[in-house]
Ligand binder design. Structure first.
Ligand code: GLN
Ligand code: ZN
Length: 796
């Protein structure tokens, strides 16, 4: 192992030894990988459907990576290790898991005889097979990106099961050589892997592991495989490797002292090896505060800090810096707003001073982004339709790279003249006095309804629902004809009347089907919605829509978040016509369907010139008006979906109370104008119910439906009437899978829930909306659901 002195020797002392090449002055943490035209998605869908073979798939993916490398070089990322190789075919956590052989026993057969995984095996883990459901998917920190949860056991055979990280590095060398002199050395990428600590903190114990097993028990074994990977990267000529450790920016089941010790066993051990590239540890998604000394103590050559959420480190925190480079995440990587460059330059200067004081070497600061740019669209270049005033305030991935390159250069100083940072206040729609005056006039009474019991009685006498009422979450399968009609309407191929007719026809079909199935509370099916947030963004003032602003949600799935830049208001009713039409077709109650303020914010890019709470209240007031109009139109039940409530929960416990206060208040503001006899529902999914059960209770909805099919035990526990007192519908059909649950299976789930919850509070419903399902399995599953509810009702 190297002595600390050798590890910290100045880069120049070893020049031109490649192993001591310095990092470039500017480099991002990561870059989008879907491609500006969603090339990744298109190639994957073509491959999965059998339209192209493996060779063509490989060729298309290679072309995407080549184009990405050229683009990044063009943007100024030149020189060795300037480009982080963050390409992934599906997910970076899955990639790291496979790099070290974390393959659950249930997927043992996807490994070849030599213990490696091939393309189809990789997709099997990501997407499931006929026999095995895929790895569970969950949100990556407080973002809308989903990763696959690795499953590990005490006996998982850890070894290099995928050499992708090495192969991609070799490819970058080869691509650089092909590009001719000059570009050659510059093209060698910086390999990137999720680090060992984060990987195991995000992993879960595989089924059948002993109850006291913690994935962290395998840390030393996992680190051994990382060491082997690093040695092989070194042998291939890599000068740097990046290990992402975002887990350090969030509260963990291990306390900070414990984390410091784990860091020493992970990065500390890797840094002590001889044959390895230099190591950059990144800590995106928040500040790591007093963990910095522990990261520095590991002896890695560079440490990245998210300085948009975290503070510039203090002299004390930097005391042990030695020759370690600080990679300063000064440019916000997850918003679409441009950086106030002079302010960032001033912070950079302060950081340089502190580093110089601590290390005696002021040149050691590299400029970077706070997080990977995977959360923003590729480029603003093609968004030519946006108003110039708005466009001037925006920066997507490519523009943010230009920002870090500019900051690292000498042209920007703390005193430089800067462009606009937020949309000018006098730009149309940014500040609407009627919205602001209304928000300013709100009082506590606007968040209150009458007592739950009083409302309950009024609702029961109006609705007359049976014990254990049956319903769905809102959307019905989006058949091709519906999607076609929406697209034709958008493209102007059909007029408003023809479009309306097509939607009405679908609503008629969906209502008739629900009546035939015998459901108690019906929905209109949401055929008019492309997406539960975008639909509202398009109908509310204050939002702009991008043409190509796609962001990866997971694997091949992308969303095109709207940009909330101005004060939000509702020019005309949005959903009332559709819901009223559905209600006109039936005597059963039809449930109106809205998306809640927190979810609208979470799945959009939101202005940051005012607090999120203020913006949420504006959205809430628009929804409040919508609910009033639904009531006037005769709708007696309104569901306000908040599936993202858990997602925005801050990563640090100390920040959570404030978040829960404004988010819960915005829901209450949206719904508290409803009459007693109007039943308010909410729906939450991807919610670890237990963690936020008090907040969910505080929403005050009369009925809450939750995703539960995949975590039944935990949910039953949380349904304790002491903790949660209102109507509840734990999902009894997992709509994320095409499997049709048998009536008996649903019946026994309902019976167990009824035991726990008691009569009068329990509802029977699927897990989530049915948008992605087909009609065949939907009809059959709902038939079983109604049958099961009736059977339980008879026994009750
Ligand atoms: N009402 C929405 C639907 O049924 C809810 C979707 C969601 O929870 N993600 O599609
Ligand atoms: Zn849902």
């Amino acid at each position: 192992p190297r002595t600390p002195d050798a590890a910290h020797a100045p880069d120049t002392a070893h020049a031109p030894d490649a192993a001591h090449t310095a990092l470039p002055a500017a480099t991002p943490v990561g870059y989008p990988r879907i491609g500006p035209d969603r090339e990744l998605k298109k190639a994957e869908e073509a491959y999965w459907s059998g339209r192209i073979d493996r060779a063509e798939f490989a060729q298309r993916i290679r072309a995407l990576r080549d184009a990405t490398r050229s683009r990044l070089a063009e943007l100024g990322l030149t020189g060795p290790a300037a480009i982080p190789e963050t390409f992934s075919l599906y997910d970076q956590v899955l990639d790291a898991a496979l790099a070290v052989g974390i393959v659950p026993d249930r997927f043992a057969d996807v490994l070849g005889a030599d213990g490696t995984i091939d393309l189809d095996g990789y997709f099997a883990l990501a997407r499931g097979t006929a026999e095995q459901p895929p790895l569970e998917m969950t949100k990556w920190f407080d973002t809308n990106y989903h990763y696959l949860v690795p499953e590990i056991g005490p006996d998982t055979d850890l070894h290099i099961a995928s050499t992708q990280v090495i192969d991609l590095f070799r490819e970058s060398l080869e691509a650089g050589a092909g590009a001719g002199a000059g570009a050659g050395a510059g093209a060698a990428a910086r390999p990137v892997l999720v680090g060992p600590l984060t990987l195991l903190l995000l992993a879960k114990a595989q089924d059948g592991a002993p109850a006291d097993f913690d994935p962290l028990d395998r840390l030393d074994d996992v680190v051994s495989v990382y060491a082997e990977l690093l040695a092989r990267l070194h042998e291939a000529g890599a000068t740097w490797v990046q290990l992402d450790e975002p887990a350090l920016a969030a509260d963990q089941r291990v306390d900070p002292q414990g984390l410091a010790a784990l860091l020493e066993r992970a990065e500390g051990r890797l840094a002590s090896a001889e044959d390895r590239p230099q190591i950059l540890v990144t800590t995106p998604y928040g500040g790591i505060g007093d963990l910095l000394p522990a990261v520095l103590a590991t002896g890695v050559e560079a440490v990245h800090l998210d300085l948009t959420r975290g503070e510039i480190p203090s002299a004390a925190q930097l005391a042990g810096i030695g020759r370690t480079r600080i990679v300063a995440g000064l440019v916000e990587g997850r918003s679409v707003w441009r950086t106030e460059l002079p302010t960032a330059a001033a912070r950079l200067a302060l950081l340089r001073e502190r580093v110089a004081e601590a290390a005696g070497d002021p040149s050691g600061v590299v400029v970077s982004t706070s997080v990977s740019l995977q959360h923003v669209p590729h480029t603003l270049e093609r968004e030519t339709h946006l108003p110039a005033e708005l466009r001037a305030t925006l920066a997507f991935a490519d523009e943010k790279i230009a920002e870090i390159v500019a900051l690292a250069g000498s042209s920007i100083t703390p005193g430089s003249v800067d462009g606009p940072r937020s949309v000018p206040r006098d730009f149309a729609g940014v500040r609407r006095s009627e919205v602001r005056e209304r928000a300013a006039g709100l009082t506590a009474a606007d968040l209150e309804r009458s007592a739950f019991e009083v409302r309950g009685a009024a609702q029961q006498s109006r609705l007359g629902l049976p014990v254990l009422p049956t319903t769905t979450i809102g959307s019905f399968p989006q058949v091709a004809s519906v999607r076609r009609a929406r697209a034709d309407h958008r493209a102007g191929r059909i007029d408003a009347t023809a479009y309306e007719q097509a939607m009405r026809e679908e609503i008629r079909r969906v209502v008739a089907l629900q009546e035939e199935l015998g459901l108690d509370v019906l929905v209109h099916g949401e055929p008019e919605r492309n997406d539960m947030v975008q639909y509202f963004a398009e109908h509310l003032d204050g939002f702009a829509t991008t043409a190509h602003g796609w962001v990866q949600s997971y694997g091949s799935r992308c969303t095109r978040p709207s940009i909330l830049f101005g004060d939000v208001s509702r020019p005309v009713p949005i959903t009332v016509g559709w819901s009223a039409y559905a209600q006109s077709l039936t005597d059963k109650p039809v449930k109106g369907m809205l998306t809640g303020p927190v979810t609208i914010l979470a799945w959009s890019f939101v202005r940051d010139d005012q607090s999120l709470g203020e913006t949420a209240d504006q959205v809430a007031l628009a929804l409040r008006d919508e609910i009033a109009d639904l009531e006037t139109a005769g709708i007696g039940i309104v569901q306000v979906d908040e599936p993202a409530l858990r997602e925005l929960l801050p990563l640090r416990a100390s920040d959570q109370d404030d978040y829960l206060r404004w988010s819960v208040d915005s829901f209450r503001l949206a719904t508290s104008g409803a009459a007693d006899a109007t039943q308010i529902h909410t729906h939450l999914c991807y919610s670890e119910f237990n963690e936020v059960v008090d907040a969910i209770d505080a929403l005050g909805a009369d009925v809450t439906s939750i995703e539960a099919a995949r975590s039944r035990g935990e949910i039953l526990e949380a349904l304790d009437p002491e903790r949660f007192s209102r109507g509840i519908g734990p999902g009894v059909w997992d709509i994320h899978s095409p499997r049709v649950p048998a009536a008996e299976e649903i019946r026994s789930q309902l019976a167990a829930a009824l035991d726990r919850v008691g009569e009068g509070r329990l509802w029977a419903n699927p897990d989530c909306g049915l948008k992605t399902r087909g009609y065949e399995e939907t009809t059959e599953s709902l038939r079983h659901l109604v049958e099961a509810a009736r059977a339980v009702r008879e026994q009750a």
